[in-house]
Design a protein around this ligand. Structure first.
Ligand code: 2NL
Length: 368
């Protein structure tokens, strides 16, 4: 037998006999390491005559290739065997009790918490919750709310429009219907007035969208709006409702409010509301101090809006208000930045989130 055939037999049987990674590595070093036998044979090729090399070259390289392949195959077989051995010996006792991990119970997002608080407060005053789609028509989002076609107030909203779709039923040249992401929750009030007979008492919490993004604005944000339609609903009722809401929400016994004239296309008169607060080293407290903070807008529903919903302004009247949920959540729970609200970071949620079973109620305390 040649040296090469002899070497091959020795290495292949050593490889087959190796029972673990370390034994296999020792064979590899003996064969192909810096001082290995095959490495030494490869070095002899340089000193050979071309004729010798023509014969010995393929023989030595063939030896190297076959031994390398055997090493790789054995390494993979040993790995599989090791895994099988582990799977056969390691068992998991699925009957063991769970370790207490409070974070993993899940947390209620502050926005959801505040929506639940608002629902509890207004339910106590006889309000129902209404909901509607995020994707709306131009008609419900603007036209029926007394934003005339081409009116600059439409630009105030930085609307996300969908591409216009040609509508075969529309008049020639009407441009088809144009869908959009609702810029406020008001279209849900329109839907409610079109569907229900007065008296109406609803609040609408939900997502709203405007093409706006900076420290205090995100393209998606949350609003809650309220609507009351009845024979003689008036501003006195509105002021009482808003005052009760502010006291309940900020969990204080009294709060001064200030109503300033304003403008919205869908209300007349329109008002902006400030509440009394105290600013103290970056912290804000409500119901004390002599500073003011603007928190919402409101007004008497414009007669055009009533008419657009099939109601007769000589028969019924009403009031409405709207406020940003994200901002009042930040104010109430002392969160300095709006952006983490929507970054889905569980560490933030574990810190600022609420316990899932502590559903807010007026009797049990809203925020515990
Ligand atoms: C604000 C102001 C407001 C309304 C929303 C409303 C809805 C209908 C009719 C009349 Cl259908 N009004 N909503 C009224 C006044 C103000 O929101 O600054 N929101 C963040």
């Amino acid at each position: 037998m040649t040296d090469i055939a002899q070497l091959e037999q020795t290495f292949l049987s050593d490889i087959a006999a190796a029972q673990d990674e370390a034994a296999l590595e020792a064979v590899r070093v003996a064969a192909l390491g810096r001082n290995g036998s095959i490495t030494a044979l490869l070095k002899t090729l340089g000193g050979m005559t071309p004729d010798e090399r023509r014969v010995q070259g393929p023989a030595i390289n063939g030896l190297k290739d076959r031994v390398s392949a055997a090493l790789a195959a054995r390494r993979s077989a040993l790995k599989d065997a090791a895994l099988d051995a582990r799977l056969n010996t390691e068992t998991v006792d699925v009957t063991l009790p769970l370790r207490e991990t409070p974070g993993e119970a899940g947390r209620v997002h502050p926005i959801s918490q505040v929506m639940d608080e608002l629902t509890a407060i207004f339910a106590d005053m006889g309000f129902a919750v209404a909901e509607g789609p995020d994707i709306e028509t131009d008609d419900y989002n603007f036209t029926k709310l007394n934003f005339p076609e081409g009116h600059p107030a439409r630009d105030m909203h930085d609307t996300f429009y969908f591409p216009p779709k040609p509508d075969p039923r529309s008049e020639p040249g009407a441009g088809g219907s144009r869908m959009l992401l609702r810029t406020h929750t008001s279209p849900v009030q329109i839907r409610t007035m079109l569907k229900q007979k007065p008296p109406i008492r609803v609040i609408i919490p939900g997502r709203t969208y405007r093409s706006d993004s900076d420290q205090t604005h995100t393209p998606m944000f949350h609003q809650v709006e309220g609507l009351v339609i009845d024979k003689s609903a008036h501003l006195g009722h509105l002021k009482w409702i808003l005052e009760e809401f502010c006291k309940a929400f900020f969990e204080v016994d009294r709060v001064k409010m200030r109503f300033r004239p304003s403008y919205f296309p869908f209300t007349e008169p329109s008002l902006e509301v400030d509440i009394q607060c105290k600013r103290d080293k970056g912290e804000v407290r409500f119901g004390e101090g002599d500073d003011w903070m603007e928190i919402l807008g409101c007004g008497m529903v414009h007669p055009n809006v009533l008419r657009n919903c099939g109601l007769d302004p000589d028969e019924v009247q009403g009031f409405a208000w709207g406020l940003g949920i994200d901002r009042i959540a930040m104010l109430k729970y002392g969160m300095p930045d709006l952006r983490p609200f929507f970054e889905a970071d569980v560490r933030w949620l574990n810190h600022y989130g609420f316990r899932p079973l502590d559903f807010p109620t007026l009797a049990g305390g809203l925020s515990n």
